[in-house]
Design a protein around this ligand. Sequence first.
Ligand code: HEM
Ligand SMILES: [Ca+2]
Length: 341
Amino acid sequence: FPGFSFGWGVGGGGGSGSRDGSFGGSGDHSFGGSQGYPGLFPEFYSLSCPQANDIVMSVLESVIAKDPRMAASLLRLHFHDCFVQGCDASVLLDDSSMFVSEKNSGPNSNSIRGFEVIDEIKSRLEEACPETVSCADILALAARGSTVLSGGPNWELPLGRRDAMQASLSEANNNLPPPNSTIQNLITLFRRQGLDEVDLVSLSGAHSIGMARCTSFKQRLYNQDGNNQPDSTLEVTYYNDLKTICPKTGGDNNISPLDFESPARFDNTYFKLIMWGKGLLTSDQVLLTGNVEETMFLVKAFAEDDALFFDQFARSMVKMGNINPLIGYNGEVRKNCRMVN
Ligand code: HEM
Ligand SMILES: [Ca+2]
């Protein structure tokens, strides 16, 4: 694979870097952290709350056994947190007199789920280790645990994020990619977060699990380019199936799997489906059809090699999890993830 190194995934994430200058900026240097992330490190709770991950996993196990889709919803929650103000649990805040919640933004409204599960994890952690484990770290732990419990990769997870004192509705509306994005649009939105094309394609592989509403892909079925025609890159039998789930009028909240072959199993089928013209969202299919050689190449590589996908997904998740964290004395550890202390 000339010109490609899948090792690039580690290091350098974080957009504008850490908000606490005391650790000396961003980049690939190792300051007391591991994997080149200043400030965050996997052992962060090993003295103050060694059982933190076990508590998260025990809640996830029972919740996901009852509702397998919840794994997908929790994975997405971490993404929607990190792309808005960084991984600071801003997405969990309810409306207050000080700010408007991110929950009613376009990408989140009627769509994002899992808040009750985070509440349950938080209350168990408050019993075991009061005022110790941040909501932002709970989101990162829940995203990793959900991936593992769905059959995906495991990874060493840097911890020590603190929680924001405010939310940003406007960033939620502007930074989270819409489902009908062009490839250029996706690349731009990921770059804004310090993520590259390799991260874009591997992280899109999260769509190996979970569901999307009809409203998120309807345009492809009936009027992709303003000429009342379907998206020509959509495979025809799949197109016909989708029309039964998503009629021309109504049914906007009907849901369809992002990976209909294995909607609850984290695997590389998502990429194989894209190869067959069966990506559900425009943003999925354009990774192959968007005429960007790098992303095209990566879709093929991940479709052919699940181990390569797993390895890169883990690296890119660590990188995404490092976007602009609050560390040191910045932010706080919330007692209730829905409100500032
Ligand atoms: C590349 C740009 C992306 C776009 C345009 C996008 C868009 C979407 C949309 C529109 C949905 C369905 C929402 C609905 O209809 O209710 C969705 C679901 C989902 N997304 Fe993404 N997404 C992107 C990247 C990511 C990333 C980076 C992750 C995580 C690492 C992720 C994880 C998920 C998951 C797991 C679901 C299913 C959630 C559930 O079933 O509750 N997505 N995404
Ligand atoms: Ca956030």
